[in-house]
Design a protein around this ligand. Structure first.
Ligand SMILES: Nc1ncnc2c1ncn2[C@@H]1O[C@H](COP(=O)(O)OP(=O)(O)OP(=O)(O)O)[C@@H](O)[C@H]1O
Length: 568
């Protein structure tokens, strides 16, 4: 995305709040207009009031200044209230928009990005983008008006001094542009280094057990120091550049004022200009030169905002899960993989023209060696990924044409990789579904979690991703979750690997009771289950090697035979 597109999208964002922006700009115009009168009033206070000795006029003019000041202050309050309002709304809008998008992103985004990195990038970018509603940005909008008024004021007072001020403008432009360019360059590098650090941080914290067990703290500490130093170096450069920007700006303004005082003094001594006019002139010259900094500083400010805007919209443009489905007439039916092929990465086919029928209410086991593609089939059945070619059919409907939420309402997964929220067992089982405790307790009994619940209660908080539970307890919660949500298709992904022998028997029992009517798909190598299911699908290197019952395949299919031998 180039800079122009980023600015355009940023302006489109502001367009949502145009009414409030118009109020703010009106406030700024009024106060700028009033401010333009102040130097002329000051000039008359000095020349006609003090030097001319007109006391009444002096009091009137001082009171007029006071009224202008009060009106300006009131306008300022209104303007600030509106501005803060927009700033908060932009912050909320961007946060909400990015959160919703994140939740709908395809799962492959999360394969390469950890949570710390995602949170860091989103927060940094939103903060930067929200600064578009900074007071300095709105202030700039009215500065052209202030400049024009200032130039008129200057010409009214003295054209010779005005030429000096006008000559100053291009010099200042060049200097300010240089600073803006440098700032953008440093900001770009800062963003990249910060992102690298956040990625490293999330990865390292995620692997804290390995850091402890393999005593690699020192190495990780070295990496931390290296990453942090890179960031600190850029921060230092940014702070110093900002200081230099301010210093150079004020030296240049001071230099111009000095020239104006010298030239003004000569004109006063030659009786060509009054004392009040010199002071009014210098105030007007600030109206002209001040905005140059402000207007060009917008470039400086934007140079920080633009890289974040680009990254934010690059993130927002990432593809979401496709959910174009309109068909709502969805019934529990046969599930069929028809000539399905799939590749995570281009030209690396994981599944090759697979045909599998999961008849309505049937029980299927999928077996195969590590990496043969079993979990990939589950990923496709749950629509985490879409087939590269071929179709998955529910009855006659292509599932990719069904609304995603409605399709997912039909499928439960009991997986080894269950994620538990840092909440109570009850809430982890129900996941926002309102269910009586008696039903939850029954599901816990069916999943073999009963003893543990009797010990700790349903209100037990499980810790970060169930850290306070054993692997088997986590899997039993996953099973209780599936029983409570009672969906017609239930998938077990090595679901009994962590459960003890007693509980496994109990789960096997469910296949003929609670799960009797459901389509069940199990990835397992356990003989007790394989001998019970209606069909076993043997996967080998991404193709279906064989399909049949245990009795049909045992002694005839090498893959199954090897597995059973190993199990013994
Ligand atoms: N997100 C991914 N991106 C790229 N390749 C992947 C991804 N997930 C899995 N793979 C690759 O796809 C192949 C099949 O993986 P899959 O997880 O489906 O196998 P599996 O049969 O379930 O294995 P296991 O029995 O070890 O769980 C493997 O070669 C794996 O490296």
């Amino acid at each position: 995305m180039d800079n122009k597109v980023a600015v355009k999208r940023l302006l489109l964002l502001l367009n949502r709040y145009r009414k409030t922006i118009i109020v703010i700009v009106c406030c700024l115009f009024i106060s700028t207009g009033l401010n333009l009168c102040v130097p002329l009033i000051s000039q008359r206070i000095m020349d006609d009031g003090f030097i001319g000795g007109n006391k009444n006029l002096l009091i009137e003019l001082v009171l007029a200044s006071m009224v202008i000041y009060t009106i300006n202050s009131l306008i300022d309050i209104i303007k600030e209230k509106k501005r803060v309002d927009i700033s908060a709304k932009i912050q909320y809008f961007l946060s909400e928009q990015s959160f919703s998008h994140l939740m709908k992103l395809r799962v492959n985004y999360f394969n390469n990005t950890n949570y710390a990195e995602t949170l860091n990038n989103i927060n940094t970018d939103i903060n930067q983008m929200t600064s578009i509603a900074d007071s300095s940005v709105f202030f700039v909008i009215t500065q052209a008006f202030s400049m024009a008024g200032g130039i008129i004021g200057l010409f009214i007072i003295d054209f010779r001094m005005t030429i000096l001020v006008l000559l100053f403008i291009p010099i200042k432009c060049v200097v300010m542009k240089y600073f803006a360019k440098k700032q953008k360059q440093i900001m770009d590098e800062f963003i990249i280094r910060n992102q690298k650090y956040a990625k490293w941080f999330g990865d390292t914290v995620g692997g804290v057990r390995e850091v402890k067990l393999f005593n690699i703290f020192d190495k990780k500490h070295e990496e931390f120091t290296h990453n942090q130093n890179e960031i600190i170096e850029k921060q230092k450069q940014m702070n110093m550049l900002s200081q230099w920007n301010m210093i150079v700006d004020s030296i240049m303004v001071q230099f111009l004022s000095t020239l104006l005082y010298i030239l003004g003094a000569n004109l006063v001594f030659d009786l060509k200009l009054s004392v009040g006019s010199v002071f009014a002139f210098i105030t007007y010259s600030a109206y002209v030169t001040g905005p140059i900094s402000a207007i060009l500083n917008i470039g400086y400010l934007l140079s920080g905002i633009i890289p974040s805007t680009k990254r934010y919209y690059a993130f927002m443009d990432l593809e979401e899960e496709s959910d174009s489905g309109k068909t709502l007439d969805m019934r529990f039916n046969d599930l069929k993989l028809k000539q399905v092929s799939f590749a995570y990465e281009k030209d690396k086919c994981i599944l090759k023209s697979i045909d599998i029928l999961f008849a309505k209410g049937s029980k299927t086991a999928i077996i195969g060696r590590n990496g043969s593609g079993k979990t990939t089939i589950i990923n496709l059945l749950t629509r985490m990924y879409e087939p590269t070619s071929g179709k998955i059919l529910l009855g006659a409907e292509n599932v990719s044409e069904l609304p995603l939420w409605a399709y997912r309402n039909m499928v439960s997964v009991v997986s080894q990789q269950i994620y538990l929220f840092n909440d109570t067992i009850r809430n982890n089982i129900c996941l926002y579904k309102h269910v009586d405790d008696s039903r939850i307790e029954a599901a816990c009994m069916d999943s073999g979690l009963e003893d543990f619940i009797n010990e700790v209660s349903l209100d037990y908080v499980v810790g970060q991703n169930g850290a306070m539970l054993s692997g088997g307890q986590k899997q039993k919660i996953a099973l209780a979750r599936a029983l409570i949500h009672d969906k017609p298709i239930v998938i077990f992904d090595e679901a009994t690997s962590n459960t003890d022998a007693y509980s496994e028997q109990q789960i096997n029992g469910l296949l003929n009771t609670k799960l009797k009517e459901k389509t069940v798909i199990v990835i397992t190598h356990k003989k007790e289950i394989l001998s019970k299911v209606d069909q076993i699908v043997v996967l080998k290197e991404g193709v279906v090697d064989d399909t049949g019952t245990y009795d049909e395949l045992i002694g005839k299919n090498d893959e199954l035979d090897i597995m059973m031998e190993k199990a013994e």
